[in-house]
Design a protein around this ligand. Structure first.
Ligand SMILES: *[C@@H]1O[C@H](CO)[C@@H](O)[C@H](O)[C@H]1NC(C)=O
Ligand SMILES: *[C@@H]1O[C@H](CO)[C@@H](O)[C@H](O)[C@H]1NC(C)=O
Ligand SMILES: *[C@@H]1O[C@H](CO)[C@@H](O)[C@H](O)[C@H]1NC(C)=O
Length: 253
């Protein structure tokens, strides 16, 4: 009887644990899910700029950025997704190079474009997955918190809020066709691949954690069972010795 109860007890304890962790693993993408890189540049004066870079899986920060010397910080054991170190190094040096070029462009044109110090530029780029649809890549640039430029269909588009300055910048950015191809590839190919790899790596990591806690639960269940068995054996022994043969030396045999 007790031996029939043991697997049931285990199933209840372990099963309960699995239920708890289910919600944190994205399955089937019911909701759109995104990976986004955000960079905030604060231009204080003509020689001092502060930058803050970060990577986000939905609402969860997964990456940081050290602008000097330009390295990606992996915040979770699964933050590299399934990309090789080689591919990640390539992305890192590309990010660093674009960052430097971007800074130089803003610095050398700040006066001409009438950007008054101090000012802030925010860049958001990434991709979004919707269930059963083609991934959507996006890149947006904001100036002082309002929309300035966005990347659509392999070219830059200026927002009405950006005024004349945004139009001038749009024309300049659109001169570099090679750069547009690279951005398009990053947003529509590299980003969705990275996002899917990231989700897989995170899921595998959570399942390993889940497994570790399951082992803990099994150990607890075994101990509880042993204690119950000992209690039952003791009760049987007392019962037996008192009722059947109080003088018996081997009551259970
Ligand atoms: C820029 O700001 C920093 C910090 O306030 C200051 O040390 C530096 O002298 C400034 N440079 C110029 C060119 O104003
Ligand atoms: C992008 O361009 C293609 C063809 O050049 C066009 O069919 C599509 O509607 C465009 N998409 C957007 C969002 O402008
Ligand atoms: C990473 O995983 C994604 C999704 O499973 C896959 O499309 C991609 O080919 C994998 N590898 C690399 C290097 O992107």
């Amino acid at each position: 009887m007790l031996f029939l109860q043991l697997p049931l007890l285990l199933a209840l304890l372990v099963g309960g644990d699995n239920e708890q962790n289910k919600n944190s693993i994205p399955e089937g993408f019911q909701e759109p899910i995104s990976f986004e890189v955000i960079c905030v540049l604060s231009f204080h004066n003509s020689s001092w700029v502060q930058s803050l870079g970060s990577g986000w899986l939905g609402e969860l920060q997964t990456h940081g950025w050290k602008s000097n010397p330009g390295t990606i910080i992996y915040l979770w054991p699964w933050s590299k997704g399934n990309f090789s170190n080689e591919e990640l190094m390539e992305l890192q040096s590309f990010s660093h190079m674009s960052f430097i070029r971007f800074l130089q462009a803003f610095y050398s044109h700040a006066r001409k474009w009438q950007f008054e110090y101090p000012f802030e530029v925010q860049i958001a780029k990434g991709c979004e997955l919707h269930a059963g649809e083609v991934p959507v890549g996006f890149m947006r640039i904001a100036y002082q918190g309002s929309d300035f430029l966005s990347f659509q269909n392999k070219s830059w588009v200026s927002s009405p809020e950006g005024g004349k300055r945004a139009q001038v910048l749009r024309r300049l950015f659109n001169l570099f066709r090679g750069g547009q191809e690279i951005i398009h590839k990053l947003l529509s190919d590299t980003c969705p691949r990275f996002l899917l790899g990231l989700l897989d790596a995170r899921k595998a990591y959570l399942q390993r954690q889940d497994h570790h806690s399951s082992v803990g639960w099994i150990a607890l269940a075994v101990i509880v069972t042993l204690v119950l068995m000992a209690g039952l054996a003791f009760w049987l022994w007392k019962h037996w010795t008192h009722r059947e043969s109080p003088s018996s030396v081997l009551p259970l045999e």
